[in-house]
Ligand binder design. Structure first.
Ligand SMILES: Cc1ncc(COP(=O)(O)O)c(C=O)c1O
Length: 397
């Protein structure tokens, strides 16, 4: 069998349609979009068209969309830019314990320069508590940033409720929608979102391209300086081929959204049912219904996730133990830990993330490989044998 790729939350291949849209931009329409001559203007027109496409999908104005080099940059910009621009109003930020590291690390850095940050807990399904959010707001709170759909467990937060609470108190609401965008329709106006992060390579667009939506009227400092690109807000020559590819990928994702979600749900349901029937002592992480269909996070009790990953890799199956950005660290996942699982379960967590190109045969092959790998590892695990004897409760919360 060829390689089986179940790591689509880490990145996706560029689709043929996207590649075809990008190719002429590398060779014929190669201008610098800031140049005043006609080749430059052509490039600038391509960026404008791409901006219009993304804006329309999010139901916002084109001049509220800024292209960036990644979702990471857009998250950094949102957190630093909004915090610093609004500092005179207060110095308190609210986020959650299950954010992507591009949000968490930005908040941690702001703490070193005098900001106060509240990191909200989540329940065992990965949802923040609305009561805890309301309780955490102070007169100094200037920004609430909550991930729309989590990249490790797929849980989708109650965005509308969170934004309503933020607005009632005159607080800016940012959401990291990198995993949600292209899978679930997002109407920023209807949902009351003030700033939103998206990224191209999660939806079959090229890597190294993202965007930040900033509602008109929201104060945000520049993040990268040294040029007047992106309406003086984000300096640096714009990556025109990537921007064109991003817009094309977004257009296709929205065009196919219903059919894709149907297929992804079928794949993940089939995978979960079969896995449950074949392998004992596993936990499915994330919300059972309020979730992305393409991400399935499973904790295999008393085995090391990295060992499972390696054994699957030897058979050509690509999965991950969590976020790709931290996959080379042996730290247990901060997201799965926040759900309240025991250490022995957190350590054995694998994220499977599907695409519409995956097949049921690939799932059958993977479950067979998983069954053999997990059985082999558990046979060598004294903790597993002990746990089976005492039948210790798996979930702590
Ligand atoms: C939820 C989330 N936010 C932000 C990012 C960062 O996006 P990028 O890879 O474009 O930097 C990722 C990437 O994994 C993600 O899953």
């Amino acid at each position: 069998m060829e390689k089986i790729y179940f790591d689509n939350a880490a990145t996706t291949p560029v689709s043929g349609e996207v590649l075809n849209a990008m190719l002429p931009v590398f060779t014929d329409k190669y201008g610098n979009s800031s140049s005043l001559h006609n080749i430059g203007r052509d490039a600038n027109n391509l960026i404008d068209q791409s901006r219009d496409t993304i804006a329309e999908l999010l139901n916002v104005s084109s001049n509220e969309i800024y292209f960036t080099s990644s979702g990471t940059e857009a998250n950094n910009w949102a957190i630093f830019g909004i915090a610093n621009a609004n500092r005179r109003k207060g110095n308190h930020i609210i986020t959650s314990k299950i954010e992507h590291h591009s949000v968490l690390s930005s908040c941690e850095k702001l703490e070193k320069s005098g900001f106060k940050v509240t990191y909200l807990n989540v329940d065992s399904n990965g949802l923040i508590s609305i009561a805890e959010l309301m309780h955490s707001i102070t007169s100094d709170t200037i920004l609430i940033s909550i991930i729309a759909a989590n990249n490790e467990i797929g849980t989708i937060q109650n965005i509308r409720t969170i934004s309503a609470i933020a607005h009632e108190k005159n607080i800016i609401f940012h959401t990291d929608a990198v995993q949600l965008f292209g899978h679930i329709e997002v109407d920023c106006q209807e949902l009351g979102i003030d700033a939103l992060t998206i990224s191209s390579h999660k939806i079959c667009g090229p890597k190294g391209c993202g965007a930040l939506y900033v509602r008109k009227g929201v104060l945000i400092d520049n993040f990268i300086v040294g040029g007047n690109q992106e309406r003086n807000k984000r300096a640096g020559t714009v990556n025109v081929p990537a921007v064109v590819g991003f817009a094309k990928a977004a257009e296709i994702a929205y065009r196919d959204i219903k059919a894709n979600n149907y297929k992804l749900k079928q794949l993940s349901d089939y995978f979960k049912n079969k896995l449950e029937a074949e392998i004992p002592d596993i936990i499915f992480n994330g919300h059972p219904r309020q979730r992305l269909p393409q991400i399935v996070s499973v904790s295999f009790s008393c085995v090391e996730g990295e060992s499972i990953l390696m054994l699957l890799d030897l058979q050509g199956i690509c999965v991950s133990t969590g976020s790709a950005c931290t996959s080379n660290s042996l730290e247990p996942s901060h997201v799965v830990s926040a759900l309240g699982l025991c250490y022995e379960d957190v350590q054995g967590t694998i994220r499977f993330s599907f695409s519409v190109n995956n097949t049921f045969e690939e799932i059958d092959f993977t479950i067979d490989a998983l069954k053999k790998s997990v059985t082999k590892l558990r046979d060598m695990s004294p903790i597993y044998k002990k746990r089976k004897r005492v039948k210790k409760c798996i979930v702590k919360k």
